[in-house]
Ligand binder design. Sequence first.
Ligand SMILES: CC(C)(COP(=O)(O)OP(=O)(O)OC[C@H]1O[C@@H](n2cnc3c(N)ncnc32)[C@H](O)[C@@H]1OP(=O)(O)O)[C@@H](O)C(=O)NCCC(=O)NCCS
Length: 175
Amino acid sequence: MIRTSRLVLRCWRPEDAPAFYAMNQDPRVIEFLPGPMSMEQVEAFVTAQQALFARTRACYFALETEGQLAGFVGLKRHDADSLLPFAPCADIGWRLAPAYWGKGLAGEAARACLAYGFDELELDEIVSFTVPENLRSRAVMEKLGMVEDTGGGFAHPALPLEHRLSRHVLYRLRR
Ligand SMILES: CC(C)(COP(=O)(O)OP(=O)(O)OC[C@H]1O[C@@H](n2cnc3c(N)ncnc32)[C@H](O)[C@@H]1OP(=O)(O)O)[C@@H](O)C(=O)NCCC(=O)NCCS
């Protein structure tokens, strides 16, 4: 568990599923994501994060504020056999319910995750990526001091090349 002044970052629990499902139906949340998540996908996500944490000591942590699930912020490690062109790597990612946007919560949680990644996991670099149009997410990256790798733009390997969300920008931060 990681604590900041306003937040708790912790492993996922099965009881988180309904709140995470609800936020993943909101058009504002999924504007730059492939679509809404079904309850089956949410349950698989929760199980996958639990397994990732057990295996790598990193995952997209459940983010709690005032006892409520606000979304996730966390780290994901990608092995050399990942299809990401810059793997092996560790990425930092975030997704909050809109009620929690614009309060600096993503940045606050992300700073704690960067410290965890660099100090506890001894990562040399943490990357982040999103579609070019996701200016809120890019603003968080830039506030964290991450720098765009202007030669590092890539087509996301999980999506067809012609998909509207295929093209991604890449940001990097060294330890
Ligand atoms: C990205 C996200 C986590 C940001 O959460 P947040 O709590 O609002 O983030 P913060 O408050 O720390 O910072 C947001 C920044 O974006 C800026 N911003 C907001 N709307 C913006 C816009 N339309 N254009 C440019 N910047 C914008 C804000 O001004 C703020 O920067 P500032 O603190 O310098 O003013 C949240 O919007 C979200 O969950 N989005 C949906 C899921 C998603 O897209 N995740 C990322 C996938 S890669």
